[in-house]
Design a protein around this ligand. Structure first.
Ligand code: 4NP
Length: 169
C-alpha cells in the first residue's frame, strides 16, 4: 500500500442498498480514523436498485450509531472494477462466488496484469465473526440491521489492522 495513491476497496452485496453501503461507510470511517489512505466504494452483484438511496431501515439504524448513508447511490459491479480496485470484499458466500465468476469474465476480456483486485470476504480476518457471511437483512426484522452494523464494525477493524501491517511492509 503506497502512501500517495489511495488503496481502493469495493464492498459488494446483492442489492447495494443494505449491507454494502453500511460496510462502505463504516470501513471508510475506521480507515479515516486510523489515517489510512484508503478509498471505499460499494456495489451490488444485481442491478435491482440502480441509483437508489440505501434502504430506509439501513439508514435509520446506521444514523442511530452515528453513520450517514444518505449520500450513497446503488450501482451494479462492473468488469472495470477489477481493474480500478485493489480489494473487492464480498458480504456473503453467494456474493463471493458471483464476484469470482465475474472475475473469470474480466480475465478473459483484459490481460491478467491489468486486473488489480484481490477478492475476499468482508469477515476474512474478523475474529468475532470468522469468515462468516453477513446475513441479508432485507426480508427480516430490525435486529438484522443491528447485526449488519455490529459485524461491519468488527470486520472493518480487522481490515484496518491488516491495512496497517501492509502500509508498514
Ligand atoms: P443487500 O440487501 O444485498 O444487503 O443490499 C438486499 C436488498 C434488496 C434485495 C435483496 C437483498 N432485493 O431482493 O431487492
Amino acid at each position: 500500500m503506497s502512501s500517495q495513491t489511495p488503496y481502493k476497496v469495493l464492498c459488494v452485496c446483492l442489492g447495494n442498498i443494505c449491507r454494502s453501503p453500511t460496510a462502505e461507510v463504516i470501513l471508510q470511517h475506521y480507515c479515516d480514523d486510523h489515517q489510512l489512505n484508503v478509498e471505499v466504494d460499494s456495489a451490488g452483484t444485481s442491478n435491482y436498485h440502480p441509483n437508489a438511496v440505501p434502504d430506509q431501515r439501513s439508514q435509520k439504524h446506521a444514523k442511530k450509531r452515528g453513520y450517514d448513508l444518505s449520500a450513497l447511490r446503488a450501482r451494479q459491479i462492473q468488469l472495470q472494477d477489477f481493474i480500478d480496485f485493489d480489494l473487492i470484499l464480498a458480504m456473503d458466500m453467494e456474493n463471493l462466488s458471483d464476484i469470482k465468476l465475474l472475475e473469470q469474465t474480466a480475465l478473459q476480456q483484459f490481460s491478467s496484469n491489468q486486473i488489480r483486485a484481490k477478492v475476499a470476504l468482508m469477515s476474512e480476518h474478523d475474529q468475532d465473526y470468522p469468515k462468516q457471511a453477513l446475513p441479508d437483512p432485507y426480508y427480516g426484522g430490525e435486529d438484522g440491521f443491528e447485526r449488519v452494523i455490529n459485524q461491519c464494525e468488527s470486520s472493518s477493524l480487522a481490515w484496518v489492522h491488516i491495512f496497517k501491517q501492509q502500509s508498514k511492509a
